[in-house]
Design a protein around this ligand. Structure first.
Ligand code: TMP
Length: 198
């Protein structure tokens, strides 16, 4: 199974990715947990470039996210799936569709096209979208966030709406989860949902 978690920074997606990976490992399954952008040496370098203080043009930003993703697929995700492991990834292609495709206005189809070769067509089996509103996410995060999260308030709101659009467009794959509840409760819901699906 290839499972991804999506949502705003502060939505709790990283906690949920960790909880799911731990729960699957506790069942004795071979689990690979990773994150985007990053998860490889090249990917972590690209992450620094993307989230650091420099101004990155919108298409350069989309291409760099796709480059980090391509590296992660080649080095980590594809080999893990090929040997039968489960892969749990904190963010994946939907982040680019939401942030770059919709919120930045580059277009979902064009950003998808940019990514499809980089990921060798490997899409998640299941994607959990943690939903909290933009103000709540910012409050929970506590700090001003990375370069992308520091965009004006309207940007985070656009990302939140973008995720809802994606969930409506891919209802068989993206499961919307109310992220305002306690982490343990959400974790059990995710695990139950995944069991029903697999
Ligand atoms: P993270 O803090 O969840 O690791 O995410 C890093 C930041 O990068 C976050 O602000 C969301 C943004 N991002 C994109 O804009 N597009 C992408 O494709 C990915 C993976 C992340």
């Amino acid at each position: 199974m290839f499972v991804t978690f999506e949502g705003l920074d502060g939505s709790g997606k990283s906690t949920q990715a960790r909880l799911l990976a731990e729960a699957l490992a506790a069942e004795g399954r071979d689990v690979v947990a990773t994150r985007e952008p990053g998860g490889t040496e090249v990917g972590e370098l690209i992450r620094e470039l993307l989230l650091g203080p420099r101004n990155v043009a919108p298409w350069a930003e989309a291409a760099l996210f796709a480059a980090a993703r391509g590296q992660l697929v080649e080095e980590v995700i594809a080999p893990a799936l090929a040997r039968g492991a489960d892969v749990v990834c904190d963010r994946y292609i939907d982040s680019s569709l939401a942030y770059q495709g919709i919120a930045r206005g580059l277009g979902v189809d064009r950003v998808l096209e940019l990514n499809v070769n980089a990921i060798s067509g490997i899409l998640p089996d299941r994607t959990y979208l943690l939903v909290v509103d933009a103000e709540e996410a910012a409050r929970r995060r506590g700090d001003p966030g990375d370069r992308i999260e520091r965009e004006e308030d309207g940007f985070r709101q656009r990302v939140a709406e973008a995720y809802q659009e994606l969930a409506a467009a891919f209802p068989q794959r993206i499961v919307t989860i109310d992220g305002t509840r306690p982490a343990g409760e959400i974790g059990r819901e995710v695990l139950d949902e995944l069991r029903q699906h697999s």
